[in-house]
Design a protein around this ligand. Structure first.
Ligand code: CA
Length: 359
């Protein structure tokens, strides 16, 4: 169904792809009114849908009301111009398509919805976002680092005790240009080493998107390790951590030691090992307003590293025991080992922002 003509301010094509408990929607908004410098599309869900993440727009949901605001690069809409964005969400009992779209307060002429496609059994791949930094708060290729020691926007830190772990700007190995961040992390807690960004991330959101290229020398060990640590104000400054356990990637919450996925054999199998000896693109989407966490290794969304509002055994049942969403405030890259496991690893092309960033 489409808008009937020029008397309407807009037309919206809302194409949904759903599966049990979840859905994605691709949304195309066409401006049929005067040119807009900054657009805001609103609608109301009549089912129990809950948006957990979005790309190419900032999407927030309050109750059943949803607001999508154009990103920096697609925020201007000429007359007849279109913008495309997408979102992912959850639902439990009902998920009818919305029909009350308004663009900058002007109702659109029709709901424009496409019929739902056959439900797939797994989330469908989504259009990858662009790899450039856009409006990202952190956007570092480390090429501005002049000396061997991290400086300026990146500062060495060993927060609790200092042993043999080191971090340095490396000119021998790089994903882009001629520099990267190298960490030599030792076995044992005090041999940790991190490099912290000086950027304040406390207003990044509602979904925080992180992309980094990482290169590890040694496979993730059986014991628990961390290589990305996000101080989290919802945990009174303790960290939301990305690392590994049982040989596979894992999220860990410092305050209650919850893991994602659960460390059962089924849960671990739903995560992935981190390949060694080559650069790997790792991306996260962290919802700071609702349960929602996603992780991609290359182009694959890792099923065991997905948390949403619906507990799934062996994946996020334990993770969802804590209901306060995370609020990361800073980024630390490095190595921390809580038992056995050491590694030499590199980071490059690191971005953090409120919009998705591709590999
Ligand atoms: Ca570089």
């Amino acid at each position: 169904m489409s808008a009937s003509g020029a008397e309407s301010g807009c037309r919206v094509d809302y194409t949904v792809n759903k599966w049990t408990g979840g859905y994605t929607a691709q949304i195309k908004v066409t401006n049929l009114g005067p040119a807009l410098n900054g657009w805001r599309l609103t609608w109301t869900y009549t089912g129990d849908q809950q948006v957990t993440s979005a790309w190419n727009a900032t999407v927030t949901q309050t109750g059943s009301s949803v607001v999508a605001v154009g990103a920096g690069w697609n925020g201007t809409l000429a007359t007849g111009g279109t913008a495309d964005f997408g979102l992912q969400g959850t639902w439990r009992s009902a998920d009818p398509a919305p029909s009350d779209f308004s663009l900058n307060g002007t109702p659109c002429g029709g709901d424009g919805t496409s019929p739902p496609t056959t439900p797939p059994t797994t989330p469908p791949p989504t259009t990858p976002p662009a790899a450039d930094c856009g409006s990202a708060v952190i956007c570092s290729d480390f090429e501005d680092q002049t000396g061997p020691a991290p400086s300026g926007a990146w500062q060495f830190t060993a927060p609790d005790c200092q042993g043999t772990g080191t971090a340095a700007v490396d000119t021998a190995v790089a994903h882009s240009g001629s520099r990267s961040l190298r960490v030599d992390g030792g076995t044992g807690y005090c041999n940790h080493a991190f490099v912290a960004s000086t950027a304040d991330l406390s207003s990044v959101g509602p979904v925080m998107y992180v992309r980094m290229w990482v290169r590890h020398t040694t496979a993730l060990p059986a014991a628990h390790v961390t290589f990305v640590s996000l101080p989290d104000s919802s945990q009174a400054g303790r960290s939301l951590r990305v690392g590994g356990q049982n040989g596979a990637l894992q999220w860990n919450r410092e305050s209650d030691d919850a893991t994602l996925p659960a460390q059962s054999p089924v849960g671990v199998a739903l995560s992935r090992p981190l390949p060694t000896g080559s650069w790997q693109c790792l991306r996260f989407a962290i919802d700071t307003t609702a349960p929602g966490l996603d992780t991609w290794l290359g182009d694959e969304q890792i099923p065991g590293l997905h948390a949403d509002g619906v507990p799934t055994q062996d994946i996020d049942q334990q993770w969802l025991a804590r209901t306060t969403p995370p609020r990361p405030t800073a980024l630390r890259l490095g190595w921390e080992s809580y038992g056995t496991g050491d590694d030499t690893l590199w980071f490059d092309d690191v971005t953090v922002g409120s919009a998705p960033i591709g590999c």
